[in-house]
Design a protein around this ligand. Sequence first.
Ligand code: GUN
Length: 296
Amino acid sequence: MKAKLIDGKSIAELIKKEIATEVASMIDQGLEAPHLAAILVGNDPASETYVAAKERACRRVGMTATTYRMPVRTSEKELLSTIEFLNNDPDIDGFIVQLPLPAHIDTNNVIEHIAPEKDVDGFHPRNIGRMLLGLPAYLPATPAGIMELLERSDIEVQGTHCVIIGRSNIVGTPLSILLSRKTENANATVTLCHSHTTNLAELTRQADILIVAIGQPEFLKADMIKPNAVIIDVGIHRIPDAKSEKGYRITGDAAFKEVAAKASAITPVPGGVGPMTIASLLKNTLLAAQHKVYKP
Ligand code: GUN
């Protein structure tokens, strides 16, 4: 393998240590520990795993975590009343509604009901709008984690051509905004590719930094990248594998072996972007508890 591994796991550990120090100092000053809540509707196994990981990470940095579990048949109205309750609960600094929601619930309507000052996922239109304008905002966790990963790995972003595959509201679209902002460690030229992009490989082969967030296992192949490109892999998939002891293996959106042989740096899956997402959520929760984005 030629590429340097971008070690998201170690960088996230470092960030969590920094957060733990801040939390300890808040407690020393007689303040409450930051409190993050999560609402989990239904029992999608991936969502269960994410929410459990978020809870564990909170506790490890000294924060309080509460999960509100609601059955899959929960009506939109019932979910909105839980949101209303958390919006008004002074003990809760921030909360998230784990996505995806069951199909009978209107996700956009739900997100609009979260109080922007408690929206630590950064999904509310007010936070997205503030991010777009460069105003203080909670930044969506995965894009913010990727920006921090690039910065802490000393990967120069300014002046580069970044190509993103996938335009989701959670990753691709907000990341295109962060990478192209007029700020230090951004100032990139961004191409946002999606299902209607023609000549995709022609565009990806022009990328200095290529971010793949398409949700398809091993979609990105070596012939789609420029030699020495930096590859950020946002995907995570469980693939049945009879040769593995567990019966499955974890893979990303990139065909790791062949891509790593041609790239200059690459994020592994697991241990790349995933841990950074959680670290960013903790960071937003700390900002919420310290009223650093919205003043009381
Ligand atoms: N589902 C997948 N990623 C996320 C995330 O960052 N936040 C929430 N709430 N749901 C998700």
